[in-house]
Design a protein around this ligand. Structure first.
Ligand SMILES: [Fe+2]
Length: 385
């Protein structure tokens, strides 16, 4: 078997690491930086902390604080125009997945002609290397700080597009669990289950590889043991540290192995019903594990072990899948993930979704194919549990 190990982003990790942001950015040769964040990070006081740290290191700071959830291409084009007018030589993104996606996409436009739509996957347009890009996650879920993709909401077509490659990849990730202590329980739960889904889907995907497997297994173990603690007590720094580490290594795992049916479903129901990405992943995952269990029983067994389940070793694949799925549903319930029904989704509306799920790029990495009827069955299982 020939596999790719693509881990290319250096990481500074640990409580207090954010206080070295200015020093690190300076060491990377940056004199003037665009600091990218949203209003939530601003009101939590995290943005000021990072901006002050950059200024204390003698770095000029220009601010873009207009990040929106599911970042629109128009915002990215406008922010990049400002950054180019200011002639910044680096970007620091502080926030969750939307902020990191925005920072990555702006970086593309610092060295390549606008608009960002020129660089969507499939466009065939090459990108020159960007400038210095430093990312500081304030959630433990997306893994975007180490992945080579920016997801952009295209306002012309009302669809999500990917910008992928070295230019959409951080120069350095600074992962500081102390930035997460104020994160509300609901967001902690949803983002944590996003990371859990990255790990389980990476382990069971068609593109699985041995290094991703090891990282994904550890992520499953750490999230099973720490997510509820972080949800119950956001100031539990040990739980936050374990969750940040789990999210990071799950990000590395799915960069190589890719996610599959769970993310195909989450993307579809997210676009259709405006359900947060992590919630969509969480409700889809149990049904997906059940569905793929007969194709990759040894991988589902490894998920079971990493979750600490004690099951009979000779358990038939379908029973194994059902047992692991139930354990994931229990984790969802424990951390307060609502079902689609609780999100007031009409059950009948699920009938229209299998086509979009099957057309999602992630669908091609499932360890087995699915018909529209089988996808609908997974959606219905995600509806109520
Ligand atoms: Fe995800």
């Amino acid at each position: 078997m020939i596999v790719n190990f693509n881990r290319t982003v250096p990481v500074l990790f640990g409580p207090g690491a954010a206080l070295r942001t200015g020093l690190k950015v300076k060491q990377l040769g940056v004199k003037k930086v665009l600091c990218v964040y949203d209003q939530g990070v601003k009101s939590a006081g995290i943005a000021d902390k990072i901006v002050d740290n950059l200024k204390a290191a003698g770095i000029q700071v220009v601010i873009y604080d207009g990040v929106e959830v599911d970042p629109p291409d128009t915002n990215i084009n406008n922010a990049a125009e400002m950054a180019n007018t200011e002639n910044v030589d680096g970007i620091v993104g502080v926030g969750g997945g939307s902020t990191m996606d925005t920072a990555k996409a702006i970086n593309v436009l610092l060295t390549n002609p606008p608009p960002i739509s020129r660089y969507y996957v499939g466009s065939g347009n090459e990108m020159k290397p960007g400038k210095v890009l430093v990312l500081l996650p304030t959630t433990a879920g997306t893994g975007s700080e180490v992945t080579p993709i920016s997801v952009v909401s295209d306002t012309a077509t009302h669809s999500k597009k990917g910008v992928i490659g070295p230019t959409a990849t951080a120069t350095l990730a600074i992962v500081d669990p102390e930035l997460l202590v104020e994160l509300p329980p609901k967001i902690t739960a949803a983002t944590g289950m996003d990371a859990f889904s990255h790990a389980v889907e990476a382990l069971t995907s068609e593109g699985m590889n041995p290094m991703s497997d090891v990282l994904a297994e550890k992520a499953v173990e750490l999230i099973t043991q720490n997510l509820l603690k972080a949800v119950k007590d956001g100031s539990d720094l040990n739980a936050r540290t374990n969750m940040s580490f789990a999210s990071l290594i799950a990000g590395f795992a799915f960069t190589d192995s890719l996610t599959h049916w769970g993310h195909a479903i989450a993307h579809t129901i997210g676009a259709q019903f405006h359900i947060p990405h992590g919630v969509g992943c969480a409700v889809a995952l149990p049904a997906v594990v059940e569905y793929v269990a007969d194709a990759v029983p040894e991988k589902v067994w490894r998920v079971a072990l990493a979750m600490g389940l004690s099951l009979p070793e000779d358990m038939p694949p379908l029973e194994l899948g059902a047992a692991v799925a139930e354990a994931i549903r229990n984790l969802n319930r424990d951390v307060g993930i609502p079902s689609l029904k609780e999100f007031k989704v009409e059950e009948a509306s699920l009938e229209q979704l299998p086509g979009a799920v099957l057309a999602d790029d992630c669908a091609m990495f499932g360890p087995k194919r699915a018909s529209a009827g089988q996808v609908l069955s997974m959606l219905k299982k995600a509806y109520e549990y």
